[in-house]
Design a protein. Structure first.
Length: 199
């Protein structure tokens, strides 16, 4: 006789209830937007929370197409078990049409905090040829960190001429985020308070 394997009533995946388990969680986010073409309306470049007025063409998207900020949002939402940008903000929702990446990141941080998490850190890697992030990396990190309410580091690379970013069709970004249970962070911030007894 085969005994069915019992299914746990609260599987340790997905939902934001993970904050109660007391463990930090990581999440990954990826985003890609294409450069504006001849048929597109004039599109300013927005990337990594910054305006790039010297860039001849921007990226096309429902909001400002800031791949770095969007990847950071997706990574944070995944870490907190809150889905992704599409489920949280909706690509057809006019309320977020044209929204800046920094505004989306700030609202994402607010939502993960409401779910019991605090931003540990976010690491974003931008993949593309233009704009050149290097000279303004510190500025980008400052803007995105302020929006996220935690440290956001930004790096940039190219794909040696290969793929959609190598062919100058668009820009991609990959992000990893760490979130920690907010209660855990509060204990560390106030070490005078006993950390025990919270079972
Ligand atoms: Zn996007």
């Amino acid at each position: 006789m085969i005994t069915p394997v019992p299914v746990p009533s609260t599987p340790p995946t997905g939902g934001s209830t993970g904050a109660a388990r007391g463990l930090p969680r990581v999440g990954t986010g990826v985003d890609v937007h294409r450069y504006a073409g001849p048929g597109d309306p004039a599109t300013p470049m927005r990337l990594a929370g910054l305006d790039w007025p010297d860039e001849p063409r921007g990226l096309v998207g429902h909001s400002d197409a800031d791949v770095a900020a969007h990847a950071a949002c997706d990574a944070l939402l995944a870490a907190a078990g809150l889905g992704d940008l599409g489920t949280q903000f909706g690509t057809s929702d006019p309320a977020w049409a044209g929204a800046s990446g920094a505004a989306l990141l700030a609202e994402t941080a607010r939502r993960i905090e409401a779910a019991g998490w605090a931003v540990g850190n976010v690491s974003v890697q931008v993949v593309g040829s233009r704009p050149r992030l290097g000279a303004r990396r510190a500025e980008a990190e400052q803007v995105l960190s302020a929006a996220a309410g935690g440290p956001v580091s930004v790096a940039a690379t190219t794909t040696d001429g290969l793929g959609l970013t190598g062919r100058d069709e668009g820009v991609a970004a990959i992000a990893t985020a760490l979130v920690v249970p907010a209660a855990d962070l509060a204990h560390r911030a106030h070490p005078a308070h006993p950390a025990g007894g919270d079972a």
